[in-house]
Each structure stands twice: as C-alpha cells, then as structure tokens.
Design a protein around this ligand. Structure first.
Ligand code: LLP
Length: 436
C-alpha cells in the first residue's frame, strides 16, 4: 500500500504535489509518506495481535531520524547493527530498552556503549563474540542480556545477495551447535540468556520459508525456555513488498487486490505463523525493515538529456547509482513514472544516471511514457535500502529527504553541501600548501 499516485495529471504524495517538492528542494530528492509508514506498522501489528509482538524496526532499511521518530511514537522497538544506529535511535527519541543489537562484527566499543545504554538484547552470531561480550560485561561489572542468532539452514528463495539463513552464509550459529553454546555460556556470571533469534533473508514473497524456519526452530526455543528461562523468540525480518508493478493506492482496495495476486500480506504472514508461535508462550519479536518503509518512499529525479544513439534511447537523469544502488547491485526493479502525465506516446528506453559506469542505470529497455529535458520522474518503492545505501561516488552529494504528512512537507535531511563531501580530507604533510 502507498499514498503516492496521480491526482488528475499530477503525481502526488498524500495531499502534496510532488513536483512542487522537486522545485522547492531540488533533485535528486527522496520523498516519504508518513501515512504509508504508519499504515504498514499498524497493519502488521493488527495482523499479529494474537501474539502481541514487539516490532523492532530494522533501521538499516531507512535510518532517517524523522522516520525513526514516526516508529518510536507508534511504540516500535528497533533492530540495529552498529553504535551509530543506536545513537540514531536515541537521537530520535527511541528507547534503548526496546532495542536488539544484531551483526557478526560487534566491536568492544560498541558492546560497551550498548551495555551502558541498557539495550534489551544482543543477538550474538558466534562463540568468540559471546566470549568478548562476557569480558566486556565483566569489565563494566554488569550482566549482558543475550540471544543466539540461530542459522536454521533454510533456503529463503530470494536473491543470493540477501539470503542469510543457510550454511553458505556468514550469519548465525548452525542449528545443531546451538544447545551446546547455551550450555557453555550459562556458566558465565556476566551473560544472561534472554532469547533466541533468527533471520533467514530479505524480500521473501511467500510465507513458506518463514513457516519452515519457525517449525524447525520452535522446539529448540521451547527447550531453551525450559532450561534457561529465555523469554523471547525473534523471527527476524524479511517480509517482501510489491515492486512490480506499482498498484493503485487506497488501502482496503490495495490489500484486497494484493491478496488476490498472491502477495505476502500481513494477514497471510500471520495466518502461517501465529498458529506455530502462539503455543510456545514466548514473547515474539519481529524485525521488519523493508515492509515498513519500502513502499513509503520514492526517489524524484529530473531529466537532464534525452540521448538517441542508433536504435537506443537513453533518458539521462540527475539521480544515479550513488543515490539508489539497488538496480545496479541486485538488478532490482523500481517502477518509474513521470510526475506529469503528458505524453500518451511510449518509448522503449534506458533510464541512466550521470556516473561513469555502465551499471549506472535504473532500467533498461523499458517502455515508458515519452519524456523531455526538464521533466521529472519518480522511482517508486525506494523507501527501503535507498538513501541509506547512498554514497559520494563521483563526488556527488547525498540527496535531500522530505517527509510528507497530509498537506505538510518537511525537509528531514538537507542535501549534503558539496564542500562536506571532502571535508574530512587533508593534504599529506609533505605536500605543497599543506597545513603544518
Ligand atoms: N534483521 C536482520 C538481522 C537483518 O539482517 C535484516 C536485513 C533485517 C532484519 C531486515 O530485513 P527486511 O525486513 O528489510 O527484509 N540492501 C538489500 C537488503 C539487505 C537486507 C539486510 N538485512 C536490498 O536493498 O534489498
């Protein structure tokens, strides 16, 4: 579901015409809809109401402070992977006590910071990490709340780069090894087992792999609860969204049509998982990222040139792979629409950015409405893993971000000033003109 669409000939976000935002704030520009964010969160929470889960938003998907505040106000917890992310959550007004800390490479400094902040749990991914955590907790004279991330060796049937729950991946502790890890660490005075966690992959479009993983892990969770008193099972994130094609908005109709097309809706997800999880009697945690923010954001860009070369047409825009890397990195599909419905003529074209790489494209050989220099385009469903994966490649500044709520629009990230792109760089002491 999303709150973007044409009102007459103009593409809008909630009550705002997106072109006015593009003119006011410039492009490339990310635009987020508060209503879409809230709607996805409340829809998921309602579907899973029988479990009363703690929904820990995986902020790696979109960590803008205004987005985090939106979820904090809805009562979300957070799934984070670095000290920086924990500091962001705190800066946005989120509670440390509702945060879980994931990731295979937590440093000592990160552990110390998170322990001092009082996070809910560390999701530990190896025995060396567990040993380090016990040591850091001992130094601080405290007890670290921990869960193992179990690798259930279940194929999520998604893109290879975002599959995480098989033994070919670096994540988690192999299923068979988990009981011995709990037994060993239970002897430590500085660790307290709090839960069990898993995350099998991202952009899953059916419930079957989730159900297979939960079926496999539930008996283990039950045994660990009996033996060590763990209180939660986290089933991770991974709920996929619709990228292609963008559906008409309007919530009830949207979910009905999505369900009839076999989309993994919250209702379907709940239908598959609630019967497996409810009997466990454990607190259930979820770590959705993409599902909450993916459809809630678009990337707006301006057409700089239309270049015809032989039989090809290249629409060259001012956004590039440094702004949205998903097409280049995962061959991901993002729907592309003009902000003004003008021409009925369609042209087969590649939409490309200005970066000096052949991989710098947003689509190839796609039939799109004919556009001209100066027109604006929107790349849809860019709210997850969009702005956060931005870089300064080709010395391009990070894009600006706007949050819309009804008829209001707020700039929630200023476009990075160009001089900031190299602000941390210095000449070497032996170079002419270097500060001494
Ligand atoms: N929990 C853990 C431990 C994770 O590693 C992730 C995502 C999530 C939760 C949230 O997963 P989600 O609900 O968003 O699927 N950049 C890629 C996606 C990378 C996902 C990384 N981990 C993309 O653009 O598709």
């Amino acid at each position: 579901m999303h709150d973007f669409g044409y009102r007459g000939a103009r593409f809008g976000c909630e009550g705002v015409a997106v072109e006015t935002l593009a003119r006011r704030f410039g492009t490339p520009l990310y635009v987020y809809s508060r209503h879409t964010l809230e709607h996805h969160f409340t829809r998921l929470r309602a579907a899973l109401a029988p479990l009363d889960p703690l929904i820990c938003y995986a902020l790696k998907a979109n960590s803008n402070l205004a987005v985090l505040r939106t979820f904090a106000e809805l009562g979300a917890g957070f799934d984070l992977v670095s000290e920086g992310e924990l500091r962001r959550v705190r800066a946005a007004g989120g509670e440390a006590g509702r945060c879980v800390f994931a990731g295979v490479g937590k440093t000592e400094a990160e552990m110390r910071f998170a322990l001092r902040q009082g996070i809910y749990c560390f999701n530990v991914e190896s025995e060396p990490e567990l040993e380090r955590l016990a040591r850091v907790a001992a130094d601080l004279g405290t007890v670290a709340p921990v869960a193992v991330r179990v690798n259930p060796n279940v194929d999520a049937h998604t893109h290879a780069k975002i599959t995480t729950g098989t033994y070919a991946n670096k994540f988690g502790i192999p299923f068979e090894a988990v009981p011995a890890v709990y037994a060993r660490a239970a002897r430590s005075k500085h660790l307290r087992w709090r839960g069990l966690q898993m995350h099998i992959g991202s952009q899953l479009t059916t419930a079957a792999p989730f159900a297979a993983a939960v079926r496999k892990v539930a008996p283990l969770a039950r045994a660990l609860a009996e033996r060590y008193g763990i209180e939660f099972l986290s089933i991770g994130g991974g709920i996929g969204i619709v990228y292609q094609p963008a559906l008409a908005s309007g919530s009830a109709r949207w979910w009905r049509s999505a369900a009839s097309r076999g989309v993994l809706t919250p209702a379907r997800y709940a239908e598959a998982l609630v019967p497996l999880l409810k009997p466990l009697g454990l607190r259930v945690l979820l770590e959705p990222g993409r599902f909450l923010v993916g459809n809630a954001g678009i990337l707006v860009t301006r057409v700089e040139y239309v270049k015809r070369a032989g039989r090809k047409t290249f629409v060259i825009v001012d956004a590039a792979m440094n702004d949205l890397i998903r097409p280049a990195f995962y061959d991901a599909y993002h729907e592309i629409v003009p902000l003004r419905k003008a021409s009925a003529r369609r042209v087969r074209c590649d939409v490309v950015g200005p970066i000096c790489e052949s991989g710098d494209y947003f689509c190839q050989g796609r039939l799109l409405p004919e556009v001209r220099q100066g027109d604006y385009l929107a790349l849809l469903s860019a709210g997850a893993y969009g702005a956060v994966m931005g870089s300064n490649y080709n010395s391009r500044p990070l894009a600006a971000e706007v949050l819309v709520a009804g008829r209001q629009a707020a700039l929630v990230r200023v476009r990075q000033p160009l001089a900031r792109v190299w602000a941390g760089e210095r000449l070497a002491s032996w170079q002419r003109g270097a500060a001494r």
